[in-house]
Design a binder for this molecule. Structure first.
Ligand code: NAD
Ligand code: MG
Length: 388
């Protein structure tokens, strides 16, 4: 029986890589749902090789589209959630960018399907709720974020599922360091959008590429790892590794360190997540050691304050990680629109985190409310700055 797959955010970087994997594995997988956000053309192009898939555009303003390559039958967020439920998918790859990925992740789990999770915001914002929903339907979560896919497989191989106890001393989360790894703080003040968008090792969507340049991406990934693997964030250490070959490591209590290595190619972790715990030959990411040199450095929290702010948000817990994420999304959107400078990003996030975020019961509503308010406060800061 072929596994039925939904690809959420099919038109993006993760989505297109997923379709590449699926194109070569049609004996094992049947694509039942493809989603995009606002434009019909790219979604219809995705559908060309996967006839029969339900096509959904989550953007509320999307217009019904029907061409020779397929019919877009679902429009708007509610319709996307309904399509997830009715698609009968066994597994969904969530490659939606940002906080908008949370509700689709929950819909996948509630439908009893497994979740191949690239959308890191899902775990950053609401890890306890996500784990609860997964457990209720016995749905599995397979990380796609390359570091987390590595850690998942390392823990599975070396900790026999017992990483919650003290077998695991620490997770060593690798970071490329981004394009400004060696740049002075003074020079960072003047970096341009084009410079921030030029990632040295990975080709990804614009938001995560900016996050890699501020190291907010690694901050989000620290919180994501803590949520996925049920460890406290202080057990997750960042190691800068400019070549992006070691995708992460774990150190066990006897001191031994285990690592996962492959070329920086998202198609390997996507392949692994799609096949679940089975080890199946994969044409992507195979490493050649000839002439390979690997380096490791300490992260610089002073030049990359987004890292320190992430640990702070993780330590505070509750809605703070969602606030960190929401404020950062707003800040990055302003940087992408040339309304904020590069170094404004951490300033905005710190300003928002410094507000009082009341601790009530942790619910989906409280998380979404905090996300919403974080963006409003970030917007106020940016508007004030623009007035000056
Ligand atoms: P992208 O911008 O290339 O693609 C995003 C996709 O989400 C597109 O299909 C877009 O149409 C859709 N989308 C955008 N806004 C939406 C909304 N409000 N509702 C529903 N759909 C929406 O992004 P990406 O680089 O593929 O990243 C996607 C996610 O995967 C992010 O959470 C990112 O952090 C994570 N991730 C990406 C990579 C990578 O290599 N690109 C690696 C690891 C993790
Ligand atoms: Mg990653």
């Amino acid at each position: 029986m072929r596994k039925r797959v939904a690809v959420l955010g099919a038109t993006g970087s993760i989505g297109l890589n997923t379709l590449d994997v699926l194109r070569g594995a049609q004996d094992d997988f049947e694509v039942v749902l493809l989603s995009g956000h606002t434009s019909a053309g790219p979604l219809l192009a995705c559908a060309r090789d996967f006839p029969g898939a339900i096509l959904a555009l989550s953007g509320e303003t999307a217009k019904p589209g029907n061409t020779g390559t397929g019919t877009i039958s679902h429009h708007g967020t509610a319709a996307l959630l309904a399509a997830i439920t009715s698609s009968g998918a066994d597994i969904a790859v969530n490659g939606i960018s940002g906080a908008a990925g949370l509700a689709p992740s929950l819909a996948v789990l509630d439908a009893g399907a497994d979740l191949a999770l690239a959308n890191k915001e899902t775990m950053v914002m609401a890890a306890p709720l996500v784990r609860e929903r997964a457990a209720a339907k016995k749905s599995r979560i397979f990380p796609v974020d390359s570091e987390h896919a590595a850690i998942y497989n390392l823990l599975r191989s070396h900790c026999d599922g017992s990483h919650g106890d003290d077998t695991l001393e620490e997770i060593l989360l690798t970071a490329s360091g981004g394009p400004f790894r060696t740049l002075s703080l003074e020079k960072m003040a003047a970096v341009t959008l084009a410079e921030a968008l030029a990632h040295p090792t990975w080709s990804m969507g614009p938001k995560i590429t900016i996050d890699s340049s501020t190291m907010a991406n690694k901050g989000l990934e620290v919180i994501e790892a803590a949520g996925l693997f049920s460890v406290s964030a202080d057990k997750v250490k960042v190691v800068v590794h400019p070549q992006s070959i070691v995708h992460s490591m774990i150190r066990l209590r006897d001191g031994a360190v285990y690592a996962q290595l492959s070329k920086p190619d998202m198609r390997l972790p996507i392949h692994q997540a799609l096949y679940g715990d089975a080890c199946v030959p994969c044409p992507f990411g195979r490493l050649d050691f000839d002439g390979l040199t690997l380096g490791f450095e300490k992260p610089d929290f002073r030049r990359f304050p987004m890292l320190a702010l992430a640990y702070r948000a993780a330590e505070k817990g509750g809605v703070y990680p969602a606030v960190y994420n929401g404020a950062n999304e707003a800040a990055v959107a302003s940087f992408l629109n040339n309304a904020a400078a590069f170094l404004d990003i951490p300033r905005i996030v710190e300003y928002v985190l410094n507000r009082e975020w009341k601790e009530g019961k942790f619910t989906l509503e409280s998380v979404l409310d905090a996300d919403h308010r974080a963006r409003i406060i970030a917007g106020e800061y940016i508007a004030k700055k623009l007035e000056k």
